[in-house]
Design a protein around this ligand. Structure first.
Ligand SMILES: [Zn+2]
Ligand SMILES: [Zn+2]
Length: 356
């Protein structure tokens, strides 16, 4: 433990590592303007993806947050300590103990001070919080700010060519690619392939079989090390079909679309000579995504979702949505996902479906 700090300073230390803190608290979030947003992690049954925000900057109070639907901040206080109390359903003393552990710093003020501390806080806004602005970056600029290819994916068996085609690399620039240290950045382009609408970033560590967290080869960390994937600010993955800009031509000409979950699956299929795959970036097909596919009017959909419970559920739901319009093929995967299969295996599995 470091030398003692007062509670305000402790909250500041923790707010500086807000994404780690949210990971530790098992909060799901997206990066958004000046902070993070998502479903409210405090009240039960929160389902509004835009229902909650916590600011990393812009306020004098560290960890200023708001629950737009239930106003949980009014019950627990609109500061970091309040959020921890709300998520962990703890009193101030326990919440401070949690903060001490997270920051590895002793608090000089516990445990009687919190009420005073909270009352003395002022919720001054330092800056006007402007509306999120859609600022798409030209593909050439995105490429210039990446070190391509990401060795993480080379080590996983993808070719340099593929990673270069999809601009997969490490960020040179935290301004264009915030919160991507220790992550491989996967840019996501618009339907024409000329502008980056956002990115996803894959942590470069695998899930540890002992502690179930993603971390380096050192000892297991006490706290979570980050989500497997992080999406960029404002990215609505349900509006996007990854690889659409390229695959749409092939879908039109072959009359077949291959639906997969993630970018890695798309790359593997490219390497196997199949250029008509699109990733839904998750495990459900939205109406927006389906409408895009409908416009290309393929006669066949091949579903290659992951070989797990979520993938099975997604497959069932897509079949339900699409089987009146399309011939549906569901080839049996021999691995957990396409990304983990060898090129030859993929060709053997898929060529009969693609040709037939
Ligand atoms: Zn709430
Ligand atoms: Zn571990």
């Amino acid at each position: 433990m470091n030398k003692g700090e007062n509670l305000n300073q402790l909250c500041r230390l923790a707010t500086a590592k807000l994404d780690d803190l949210l990971d530790t608290l098992n909060v799901e979030y997206r990066i958004c303007n000046k902070g993070f947003c998502g479903k409210c992690p405090v009240h039960d049954g929160a389902d509004n993806e835009q229902g909650w925000i916590i600011y990393q900057s812009g306020y004098t109070v560290p960890g200023f947050w708001t629950c737009f639907t239930h106003h949980c901040e009014e019950e627990y206080d609109k500061n970091l300590l309040g959020l921890i109390k709300g998520i962990r359903k703890q009193g101030p003393a326990d919440a401070i103990a949690f903060l001490e552990q997270f920051t590895k710093t002793k608090c000089t003020q516990k445990p009687s001070v919190p009420e005073q501390y909270i009352q003395s806080m002022q919720y001054d806004i330092l800056e006007e919080l402007e509306e999120e602005e859609k600022n798409y970056i030209p593909r050439s600029e995105a490429r210039q700010n990446l070190i391509i290819p990401a060795t993480y994916y080379i080590n996983r068996g993808y070719t340099k060519n593929t990673l270069n085609r999809y601009d997969v690399g490490y960020a040179r620039n935290e301004e264009i690619f915030p919160h991507t240290s220790n992550r491989a950045v996967v840019p996501i382009y618009d339907d024409t392939g000329t502008y980056m609408v956002g990115y996803s970033a894959r942590i470069i560590y695998e899930r540890c079989e002992y502690c179930n967290k993603y971390h380096d080869s050192g000892p297991c960390p006490q706290y979570a090390t980050g989500a497997k994937w992080k999406h960029s600010e404002g990215l609505h993955s349900g509006d996007i079909l990854y690889n659409w800009w390229s695959a749409k031509y092939y879908i039109k000409t072959t009359g077949t679309a291959i639906i997969v979950e993630g970018p890695g699956d798309v790359w593997k299929l490219e390497e196997a000579g199949l250029h008509n795959s699109i990733a839904i970036l998750g495990s459900s097909l939205s109406m927006k995504q389906k409408n895009k596919i409908d416009i290309c009017a393929p006669h066949k959909l091949i579903l290659l979702l992951d070989n797990d419970e979520a993938g099975q559920k997604a497959t069932n739901s897509i079949v339900h949505m699409c089987d009146k319009l399309y011939n549906m093929c569901i080839p049996p995967l021999s691995a957990n996902d396409i990304g983990n299969m060898a090129t030859k295996q993929i060709q053997k599995l898929l060529f009969p479906f693609v040709k037939g």
